[in-house]
Design a protein around this ligand. Structure first.
Ligand SMILES: [Zn+2]
Length: 193
């Protein structure tokens, strides 16, 4: 009701189609709804969510969403957004069995293994989990940059990839400054302090 109250043409405008500039790849966690986190309205974000905001090269769902967003909707930005306190990241750091999801979390365990030295130098487990959350986002942006869809887009136009982490307890977004130069595919990963 309030949408119509604020703007009588609200649904009429939405029914005409969508032309979002952003594709959001976020976590399924109920506390990180894409539009609320970014203060955007319906029609502004194309959204894909899964446990721990992963970009897995064999995920047909993700690849279909990505292709549609990049090729047909023409989004200009793709954002991978993780969040501190992510249950998926926490679960990936334990050796407990959680069920089928452990197969999915295997991808985060691979990220952990890649950065074992850095991560195990952090004694505080909450801080270590936070750092893995950030490293996971950085790795997922890298995965994104290697997809055929992004590589093909970069041959003809600019497409900006971003890696963010959202703080559930602060409401703030941290840009990890994962920079990928369009076309050149040169990546510069800046460490977040
Ligand atoms: Zn999560």
């Amino acid at each position: 009701m309030s949408k119509i109250f604020d703007d009588p043409m609200y649904f009429k405008k939405l029914s005409l189609g969508q032309k979002p500039d952003y594709l959001w790849i976020g976590c399924s966690d109920s506390r990180v709804p894409a539009n609320e986190v970014t203060n955007t309205d319906a029609g502004e974000l194309f959204v894909h969510r899964n446990i721990a905001n992963m970009v897995v090269h064999t995920d047909m769902n993700l690849l279909s969403v990505l292709e549609y967003a990049v090729k047909f909707l023409g989004v200009k930005h793709v954002i991978v957004c993780g969040h501190y306190g992510c249950g998926g990241v926490k679960a990936a750091m334990s050796n407990d069995l959680h069920g089928f999801v452990d197969n999915w979390l295997r991808n985060i365990k691979d990220v952990y293994n890649k950065y074992t030295v850095e991560l195990e130098a952090i004694e505080d487990m909450d801080k270590r989990t936070d750092r893995l959350t950030e490293l996971n986002v950085i790795e997922q942006v890298k995965n994104l940059s290697k997809t055929t869809i992004v590589q093909e887009a970069w041959k003809t136009r600019e497409l900006h990839l971003h890696g963010w982490v959202y703080g559930i307890n602060s409401g703030l977004i941290t840009d990890l400054k994962v920079i990928h130069d369009a076309k050149e595919d040169i990546e510069k990963i800046y460490r977040f302090d």
